[in-house]
Each structure stands twice: as structure tokens, then as C-alpha cells.
Design a protein around this ligand. Structure first.
Ligand code: MLT
Ligand code: ZN
Length: 475
């Protein structure tokens, strides 16, 4: 560590290097249940050159290198679990270019997503990815985790909007990947590989992003249901009917209570709610809203349309605050972001009820039901419940994989799901990814202990909807 500190000081000057335990503590955690770990040093990067110098110093000292942008991740992705140096990119927060003619933006990794939204929308353009932490999360983290959010249903995730990247490799090499043009198929798609690689392959120093025209109108509907199963069936019915809202968000009964506490009045009869939003030309919105109303009417208690922007903003504010609001509901919380095929949403909701009944662990569910991506939150107060929480989690993941779903739709594997990777992926696929990691990072210094399992899973199987399910999703 002494060697690291002196190499960093020499390369960057002491003003950009933090080593006091108090200062380093601010870079220890993220917004997941991963235990915070203070790094040995923090580099406050203000340029790609700073990052290249820091990476060279850390590589020479052979210590872990952990990139960090907003620090709002939900899977432990930027937690320096093996110590080493955190490279903080939040200071690199310039929107370097917004081009209307080319419909692209070039940004540094520390740009706050909400600031990018405001800047491009002021020019009549649109950057759709919208994780609910958009006021604090930064593009570097969004790219590392391939973040999404409610609008992914219609518009896709971050990866769908990254045309090219500038990155620093573990040996300090600065590399440009991808393109600036709309089309381009030269060579392997390294950009797509890097997006979502959770800081384990390279560190982003700039990104060229694809923009689209801003929709002219938005209509927000609320559909209230007597129970969560009915809301799940309405989601499946909308998908089957071919309607294409920009988001379909589901809130179960426990979540609705959290929304009510936040001052949004919701009919007391409602035990579940869907927030459905359509966009486009005003006439399209009217037609889509009408069709959605018809589909939901089969089981809804009531269907409401937000009357003005203020009403819509209040509703979304409550939705965007659900993560902290549910955290406040118990001493301990684990929030998952599993995904199932959309026709299995009712089955997943049923399964969470069964797991809750059988383990005694409270589970509340909300999320991006249009994508089949639900945040199942496990809440408990008593530390002694931990073995049952683990059982509940294990069972949830096995069920999801058994439904041909996936463990994470937008938060990433990080540390929190690393040990479960083998449930979903066959050993040969994990081994292939480890070889790719080895090509980028032969000494394993970049963001170690993320994505890949540290412990072997015990053989496990479970019966889901009458089918026996074993590891690797083999049904
Ligand atoms: C959300 O959709 O609110 C976020 O992904 C965070 C979460 O609640 O897990
Ligand atoms: Zn989410």
C-alpha cells in the first residue's frame, strides 16, 4: 500500500489522491445490501489521462482497481471488496457535445443522468433510459451496469443507446470502441461487451450516445385492481393485445401502502395498481389509452388518467422514491430485480406469496412488469431470520430460472448475485466469460470478486408449477 500511495502521489499529485481512512470511507459502499469496505486510496480523476496514470500505478503495485461514478448501484458493483484504489469519475461531468443533426451526445462518465435528460430535452431530443435514481446516478455507472428503468419496455436499456466508448484498459492504454454513425458492423461489437461488464474489463472515460426525437405527448394512466394477480393478468393481456405503452409499472399491496404514506391518495379498495404511460403524437396517445382502458377494464376496479403534469409528476415522484421508502419499512431489506417471461408474471407473483407463507419472510413486489422485470423486496427486522431469508432468496432465484427467466434485469450481478450465477448459466459459459476477463485483465485487478461466483453452489432443485427444476435453468 505504501508503494501504491507513493506511485499515485508521484503520478497525479497529492491533491487528486485521498488516503486518509475518513476520506476513503465515503467511497466504501453503494445502495445495495453489500457490506461497505473502505478502499486504501481514492483517485479523484478529472481526465482520461488521470485514469490512465492511476491504473498504471495500481497495476505496478498489483492492487485492485475499482471504478466508481455515482455510487448509487444496487448490486455492490462499485464496492471495493478487496480494497485497493477506487477511481472516482464523478468529477468528469462534462456533456461534451449534443448534436441535433446527428442525434448524438458525447458525455463524460460523471454526468448525472437527470442532467443529461434535461439538456437533450431542451434541444427537442430524448435519451430514454431512466433508472429511478436518475437524479443521482451517473452515466459511467449506467453504462457499467447496463441500467434501464420504467421506459425500457418501449425503448430498451442503456446498451441500446451507446454507440461508442472511450475507455482505459488495465495497462493504461486508452482505446476508442464502436462508432458515431447509426450503422456500422466493423469487427467484433466490443462496445456492447463493455456495456454491462460492471467495471471488470475497462474504465469508461467518455461515451457517444444515440438520441431520438422527444415524443410530443405523454398520457399517464392508473389502473387499480382488487388483487395483484388481477394486475399481473392485465399485464399479460396488454402484451397479448399488442399495445405498446412506454412503461407498465406494477405495484403490489405492500408497495401501495408505501405510496399512500408518500401522500398519493389511492382508492382504499385497491390492492394493486398499474402505472401505464403512452407517448407519441397526441392522437396516438388517445387511441392507445383507449385500447389500454378496454383491456384493463376486464378486471380493474377503476382506471384513471392523470389530468395534468403536476398530477403525473406527483405520481412518478412517489414511484421513484419506492426504493428508499421500502428500505424504511424494515431494519433489513434485500431488493432483487428478477425477470421472467411476461406470461409468467402471475406465476411469479403467486410464487412470491408461497415463499412468503412458507419462510415467514415479508416480500413486497413492484417494478417494470411490462418487461417481466420485478423488484421483489425481502424485508425483515430480526437478524435471526437470516437463514430463512437465504432460503427465500434461493427459492426465488430457482423459481425464476425455472420459469426461463433471469436473475437480474438492470441492477447487475455485482457481489450480491455472484454466488447464484451458476443457477442460470452453464459452467462452460461462465468459463468462457472468465477467459474473456483474462484477456482484458490477466492479473484480475479490475473490480475483483464481481459477477463470478466465489463459492460453489450446492446441487439444488425445486418444483415450479409442477416441473422439477435443477441448476443452470435446465427444466
Ligand atoms: C426501481 O425501479 O425503483 C429501481 O430499480 C430500484 C429498486 O427499487 O430496486
Ligand atoms: Zn427498477
Amino acid at each position: 500500500m505504501d508503494k501504491l500511495r507513493s506511485l499515485l502521489d508521484r503520478a497525479l499529485g497529492p491533491s487528486k489522491v485521498l488516503t486518509s481512512p475518513d476520506a476513503c470511507l465515503a467511497y466504501a459502499g453503494d445502495d445495495s445490501d453489500q457490506e461497505p469496505v473502505a478502499p486504501d486510496a481514492v483517485v479523484l480523476a478529472s481526465s482520461a489521462d488521470d485514469i490512465a496514470k492511476a491504473v498504471r500505478a495500481a497495476s505496478e503495485a498489483e492492487v485492485p482497481i475499482v471504478p466508481r461514478a455515482g455510487g448509487s448501484g444496487k448490486s455492490g458493483g462499485c464496492v471495493p471488496v478487496a480494497g485497493g484504489v477506487v477511481i472516482a469519475t464523478l468529477g468528469m461531468n462534462a456533456i461534451q457535445e449534443i448534436s441535433r443533426e446527428e442525434q448524438v451526445a458525447v458525455v463524460q462518465p460523471g454526468v448525472i443522468l437527470g442532467d443529461l435528460h434535461a439538456a437533450v430535452e431542451a434541444e427537442g431530443m430524448f435519451f430514454p433510459p431512466d433508472p429511478n435514481s436518475l437524479r443521482m446516478c451517473a452515466l459511467g455507472g449506467n453504462i457499467a451496469e447496463n441500467a434501464a428503468g420504467p421506459r425500457a419496455f418501449k425503448y430498451g436499456s442503456t446498451r441500446d443507446y451507446v454507440l461508442g466508448l472511450e475507455v482505459v484498459l488495465v495497462d493504461g492504454t486508452q482505446l476508442r470502441t464502436g462508432k458515431r454513425t447509426v450503422k456500422g458492423v466493423t469487427g467484433y461489437d466490443v462496445t456492447s461487451l463493455l456495456v454491462g461488464s460492471e467495471g471488470t474489463l475497462a474504465i469508461t472515460t467518455a461515451a457517444t450516445l444515440r438520441l431520438i426525437p422527444k415524443p410530443h405527448a405523454v398520457t399517464t394512466l392508473l389502473a387499480l385492481f382488487p388483487d395483484v394477480q388481477a394486475s399481473g393478468r392485465a399485464v399479460s393481456a396488454m402484451i397479448a393485445a399488442g399495445v405498446r405503452p412506454r412503461c407498465i409499472e406494477l405495484l403490489d399491496e405492500g408497495t401501495l401502502d408505501a405510496v399512500r404514506v408518500r401522500g398519493v391518495a389511492v382508492d382504499e379498495r385497491a390492492r394493486a395498481m398499474l402505472i401505464i404511460e403512452v407517448d407519441g403524437e397526441p392522437s396516438d396517445c388517445d387511441a392507445q389509452a383507449e385500447r389500454i382502458g378496454e383491456v384493463c377494464a376486464a378486471e380493474a376496479i377503476d382506471i384513471l388518467v392523470a389530468q395534468d403534469a403536476a398530477q403525473r409528476d406527483r405520481l412518478w415522484e412517489a414511484r421513484r422514491q419506492l426504493s428508499p421508502a421500502t428500505r424504511a419499512m424494515a431494519r433489513f431489506k434485500i431488493s432483487e430485480d428478477v425477470v421472467v417471461p411476461r406470461d409468467r408474471i402471475p406465476a411469479l407473483l403467486e410464487e412470491t406469496r408461497a415463499i412468503e407463507r412458507e419462510t415467514g419472510v415479508r416480500m413486497i413486489t413492484y417494478g417494470h412488469a411490462g418487461d417481466g422485470n420485478l423488484h421483489v423486496n425481502l424485508l425483515w427486522n430480526d437478524e435471526e431470520l437470516l437463514p430463512r431469508v437465504e432460503e427465500a432468496l434461493n427459492r426465488l432465484f430457482l423459481s425464476v430460472v425455472g420459469m426461463r427467466g433471469t436473475l437480474t434485469g438492470e441492477h447487475g450481478v455485482g457481489t450480491s448475485k455472484a454466488d447464484f450465477l451458476a443457477m442460470e448459466q452453464q459452467p462452460e459459459l461462465i468459463a468462457l466469460q472468465k477467459r474473456i476477463k483474462g484477456v482484458f485483465d490477466p492479473k484480475g485487478l479490475l473490480n475483483p470478486h464481481k459477477i463470478f461466483p466465489r463459492r460453489q453452489l450446492e446441487a439444488a432443485s425445486v418444483t415450479v408449477a409442477g416441473r422439477a427444476v435443477s441448476l443452470h435453468g435446465a427444466c
